[in-house]
Design a binder for this molecule. Structure first.
Ligand SMILES: [Ca+2]
Length: 381
């Protein structure tokens, strides 16, 4: 009996970790890679293609060495002149949302301050990214991007290409792409007395096994087309995991690097609600008096958290009356923060819970008492 259980568990484990892309981290090398090559950059041609991927234009196969670091010190591709790579994958279940995590590393040229823009395209979406620093300790950054929603068996072509530049291409640095991971997002149902979905930020882009960095999410103004489920992103947030950062609740939280996050809830107009949440710091040496502005409909309140950058968390709450049936809930941090090493950082938000407020405000209690007294007075006289 036991061996069967073991085999079944192994099988389930394999299925659960199966990625939708083949060779997503480029660790399977091109077929005819010259073994004596001293350069970490090898130009691909018809005879040496990368398993799982097709390419057009100038694409180089990259091997990390002491001068050039990558997640897991492995392999990657560099997109040169008109460089495009693509792979087709099959959507695996009924109408699920797909979110991509990928890594951009700096180009080989050392005096490259900015890499050229990289365009990620799928049938329903397009995102433009460039390596922006410094958001972490590493030279490369990982980003989360919403790809689209597709039904079971649909064939999706994922295309990654370098943004065509206008002129003077030599001054533009060629981006290096690595560690692509596609995650299908579950349909969330409301539960546990929380009127918000994904209030604990457990559903977002996949974290990378080999990376100690968070996943950057750049402006995603639509709730539906956001890699962070049920939340739109204004500015830049760092999606942090509990393996490498301090996370107040569960496995993931949001570090607001600039501006903030926003969601919406269907509420009863005129009713009172309580918004509870945790503010903290990610244990990434972000020393600062954070000022976070929480907004629910037209009610705005500022909260302060003194951070010594060593992983702290504090519970906060605010009461508000819903002034419309759809109420916007947001958390904003306007002041930019930096660690001693110049890494951009900010306050952590987690465990956002929205409930109907059962308690009445003191002034309402007085009105009710006076009303009851008047009713009693009129009844007995
Ligand atoms: Ca959480």
């Amino acid at each position: 009996m036991l061996p069967q259980v073991f085999v079944l568990s192994l099988l389930l484990l394999t299925l659960a970790s199966a990625d939708l892309l083949q060779n997503p981290d480029f660790e399977f090398p091109p077929s005819n890679l010259p073994k004596d090559s001293k350069s970490p950059f090898v130009l691909l041609n018809k005879n040496n293609t990368i398993p799982g991927w097709t390419f057009e234009g100038t694409v180089l196969y990259v091997t990390a060495d002491e001068t050039f670091s990558l997640p897991h010190n492995g392999h990657a591709v560099q997109l040169g002149e008109d460089g495009i790579i693509n792979q087709t994958f099959l959507a695996s279940a009924d109408y699920l949302r797909y979110v991509l995590t990928f890594t951009i590393a700096p180009a080989q040229t050392q005096n490259c301050s900015d890499s050229a823009e990289t365009v990620i395209s799928a049938p329903d979406s397009q995102g433009v990214f460039s390596l922006k620093q410094p958001y972490g300790k590493e030279t490369w950054e990982s980003y989360g991007h919403y790809l689209g929603s597709w039904g079971d068996g649909e064939s999706i072509n994922l295309v990654i290409q370098r943004q065509a530049e206008d002129s003077n291409s030599s001054s533009i640095c060629w981006p290096v792409i690595d560690e692509l991971l596609i995650k299908s997002m579950p349909k969330l149902v409301q539960g546990n007395g929380n009127l918000l979905l994904n209030g604990g930020f457990e559903h977002g882009p996949e974290f990378l096994n080999n990376s100690t960095e968070g996943i950057l999410i750049e402006s995603a103004p639509s709730l539906i087309q956001s890699p962070l489920q049920e939340w739109s992103v204004l500015g830049t947030v760092n999606y942090v995991d509990s393996k490498h950062f301090f996370v107040p609740q569960g496995n993931a939280a949001i570090e607001i690097v600039s501006i903030g996050i926003q969601t919406a809830a269907s509420l009863k107009e005129g009713s009172s609600y309580n918004l509870e949440f945790i503010l903290g710091d990610a244990n990434n040496s972000c020393v600062k008096d954070f000022l976070v502005s929480a907004q629910a409909g037209s009610t705005v309140q500022n909260f302060t958290l003194l951070s010594s950058g060593t992983g702290s968390a504090k519970n906060f709450s605010m009461k508000f009356k819903a002034d419309s049936s759809v109420t916007t809930i947001s958390f904003m941090s306007y002041a930019a923060s930096q660690t001693k090493n110049g890494i951009l950082c900010g306050p952590v938000v987690d465990d956002v819970v929205l409930r109907v407020s059962l308690g009445m405000k003191p002034d309402i209690q007085w009105i009710v008492l006076v009303f009851l007294y008047l009713v009693a007075f009129l009844t007995f006289h």
